[in-house]
Design a protein around this ligand. Structure first.
Ligand code: TNX
Length: 535
C-alpha cells in the first residue's frame, strides 16, 4: 500500500541555497525558474561528484518521450526500464523512441566521453530536455537513478499520482569513487526466494550499488543446484536456521537472478564458503568427511565447527566440480571462496587448502575473493580480500591484511562495526546480532574507506560492501529494516568523492529518502539520528 505524503520540506529554500553555492551565473536564472516542487539538483543519495544547479526545470508531461540512441539495445533497455518506473505514477504514455528530436528525456551513449568511465554519466536538465550522456550503458542506468531521485518521491508509487513532475535545472556530472560497491545477502542461514532477491536488487540499484554478493552455502544450507553433486541442494538445502524447510535455486532460477541483477547493472559474486561453514555439504556426502561419516544437518547458529577434509583427494574433485559449475553460471569476474572462521582447520591445513583451491578458481577463469583470513595464507595473484574486522581487531591481524594489500591483494572493506547490516542499531532492535556492537546510522556512514585500514595503500582499496547475515532475518521486510537506512550510507561511501563527506548534510539527504521508501512500500528503521519528514 502506498501512502500519500504532504510536501513537508522547504525545497525552494534548499534550491536557492544550492544555486547560491553554484555561483552567480546560476543565481541570475533562479528566481523565475526555481520550481517549488523540484528536489534541489544533486540533493540525492549517493551525493554526486559535481553539481552545477541553475536554469529552468524540466517538466515531464503527457507529451514527453524517452529518446534513446538509434540502434543501441542497451540504451533502449535502460529507456524501457525508466519508462517502467515513470508510467504507473505519472499515468503518461512515455513512448521510448529513437527519433532524433532534441526535446524530452534523452539517453545518449557516447564512447568519446572517456572521462565518464564505465559507470559515470552527465545529466543536463533544461526547460526543454533532460539529457543523460554516458560512455557505457551502466552510466546511463546510474544517471537514470539520479533522474528518479530528482523527481518527487511519489513517482515510485504504483498508482497514478498528481504532478507536477519537475527536474531541477542544471548539470550533474558524476563518476564513482570505487568500482566495488557491494551488498551481500546470506541466503544460507535463511533461504530467500528469487522474488525476494529481485526485490532487494531493485532497492540496491536505486543507490548505484553494483555488486550483489550471494552467500550461497553455509552450515545450515546449500542453496544452489550442482548437477555433479545433486544432494548438495536436495538434501543439504532442505533446512535452515531454526529447522524450517530451507530451499535452493535451480540453475534456471539462479540464472534468472543473475540476469535480473545484470539488467540493473549489478554483478553477482557467488560465494561458496570453505573449508569451514560446510556442514550442509558434509551432511550430504559422507565421503567429504575425514572419518567418512556424514554429520546430521545443522539448524543452529554456531560457527567454525565444520571443515572439509584437507587431506582427501575427493575434496578437490568436489571443489573442482562445484567451481566449474558455479563459474559457468557466472558472467562476472569474481568467485568468492569464503575462508572465514575456519576454527576447526589448522593454519597449516588452511594454507595447504588455499594453495590448492585458488588455482581451481583461476582454471575456470575467475578471480578469487575471500574473507580477509585468506591473507593468513598466500592469496593468489590478483585476489581480493574482504576485510570484516572491527575497531577491536588486533593490530597484528590488521597488519597482516595491510601487508597483503601492499603486496597487491585488493581490499573490499566491510568493517563489521560499520557496514554489517545484521548488527542491531541499539539494544532494542528486534532483529539482528550484536557481536560487533550496535551500529547506528551515523556510525555506518561516518568513516572513510580511503584511510580506514592502517598501512593499507589507498590504491589497494577496491571499495566497500555491506553484508547482511540472516541468522534471524526471514522476510523482505526484515531485510529492509536492517538495510535501510544504513545501506544507502555505505553505498555513498563507495560512490561519492571523499570531499562530499559530511554527516550533517548527508542526514538531510537521507531523510528525504523516507518518502521514497514509503511510496515503494519498503520497511525501514526510523533512526532518531535522522531528521525524517513528519509522517
Ligand atoms: C561472522 S563475517 C560470519 C558469519 C556470521 C556473521 C554474523 C563472516 C565472514 N563470518 O558466519 O553469519 O558473523 O554477523
Amino acid at each position: 500500500m502506498v501512502r500519500k505524503h504532504p510536501r513537508s520540506r522547504a525545497p525552494l529554500f534548499g534550491s536557492l541555497l544550492l544555486v547560491v553555492a553554484a555561483g552567480a551565473a546560476a543565481l541570475g536564472a533562479a528566481p523565475a525558474t526555481a520550481a517549488p516542487a523540484a528536489t534541489p539538483l544533486g540533493q540525492i543519495v549517493p551525493a554526486p561528484a559535481k553539481v552545477v544547479a541553475g536554469g529552468s526545470a524540466y517538466e515531464i508531461t503527457a507529451r514527453t518521450r524517452i529518446r534513446v540512441d538509434d540502434g543501441s539495445r542497451d540504451a533502449r533497455r535502460v529507456g524501457d526500464y525508466l519508462a517502467g518506473v515513470l508510467r504507473p505514477s505519472t499515468g503518461y504514455r512515455l513512448p521510448v523512441t529513437d527519433d532524433a528530436a532534441r526535446d524530452g528525456i534523452r539517453l545518449e551513449l557516447d564512447t568519446k566521453e572517456k572521462g565518464l568511465g564505465g559507470e559515470g554519466y552527465r545529466l543536463t536538465s533544461t526547460g526543454r530536455s533532460v539529457t543523460i550522456v554516458a560512455a557505457a550503458p551502466a552510466g546511463l542506468f546510474h544517471g537514470v537513478q539520479t533522474l528518479r531521485q530528482q523527481l518527487p518521491a511519489k513517482v515510485e508509487a504504483d498508482s497514478r499520482q498528481s504532478g507536477p513532475w519537475l527536474v531541477a535545472g542544471g548539470t550533474v556530472e558524476d563518476t564513482p569513487r570505487y568500482g566495488w560497491r557491494g551488498a551481500h545477502l546470506d541466503v544460507a542461514r535463511h533461504f530467500f526466494t528469487v522474488d525476494q532477491v529481485k526485490r532487494y536488487i531493485d532497492e540496491l540499484a536505486l543507490y548505484k550499488v553494483n555488486k550483489l554478493h550471494l552467500h550461497l552455502t553455509d552450515d545450515q544450507g546449500w542453496r544452489l543446484a550442482v548437477d555433479s553433486w545433486p544432494k548438495l541442494a536436495t538434501y543439504g538445502g532442505s533446512t535452515q536456521v531454526g529447522g524450517g524447510a530451507g530451499g535452493y535455486y535451480t540453475k534456471a532460477q539462479y540464472k534468472d537472478i543473475v540476469r535480473y541483477a545484470s539488467s540493473r547493472y549489478l554483478e553477482v559474486v557467488p560465494e561458496i564458503d570453505m573449508p569451514s561453514h560446510t556442514n550442509a555439504a558434509l551432511a550430504s556426502y559422507a565421503e567429504l568427511n575425514c572419518d567418512g561419516v556424514a554429520p546430521p544437518l545443522y539448524t543452529g547458529t554456531d560457527v567454525g565447527f565444520s571443515t572439509l577434509c584437507v587431506d582427501k583427494d575427493i575434496t578437490y574433485k568436489f571443489i573442482d566440480d562445484v567451481v566449474r559449475e558455479v563459474a559457468a553460471l557466472t558472467p562476472g569476474k569474481y568467485l568468492h571462496i569464503g575462508g572465514d572462521e575456519a576454527h576447526s582447520t589448522s593454519q597449516e591445513d588452511y594454507n595447504t587448502f588455499m594453495d590448492k583451491v585458488q588455482p581451481i578458481v583461476a582454471k575456470y577463469g575467475k578471480t578469487v575473493v575471500g574473507w580477509h583470513q585468506l591473507t593468513g595464507a598466500a592469496p593468489a595473484k590478483g585476489a581480493v580480500a574482504q576485510y570484516w574486522g572491527l575497531d577491536g581487531t588486533s593490530a597484528a591481524e590488521k597488519a597482516q591484511v595491510a601487508a597483503a594489500a601492499k603486496n597487491g591483494t585488493g581490499l573490499v572493506l566491510s568493517p563489521a562495526d560499520r557496514t554489517y547490516l545484521d548488527m542491531k542499531y541499539n539494544k532494542d532492535t528486534p532483529l539482528g546480532l550484536s557481536w560487533a556492537g550496535y551500529v547506528e546510522v551515523r556510525r555506518s556512514y561516518d568513516w572513510d574507506p580511503g584511510n580506514y585500514l592502517p598501512g593499507a595503500p589507498s590504491s589497494a582499496i577496491r571499495g566497500v560492501e555491506a553484508p547482511l547475515w540472516s541468522e534471524n532475518i526471514r522476510t523482505s521486510s526484515d531485510i529492509e529494516y536492517m538495510a535501510f537506512p544504513r545501506l544507502p550510507g555505505v553505498a555513498e561511501l563507495g560512490w561519492s568523492p571523499a570531499s562530499t563527506h559530511d554527516w550533517d548534510m548527508y542526514k538531510v539527504r537521507l531523510a528525504a529518502q523516507a518518502e521514497r521508501w514509503d511510496a515503494l512500500g519498503m520497511n525501514y528503521y526510523r533512526s532518531p539520528q535522522v531528521p525524517w519528514p513528519a509522517t
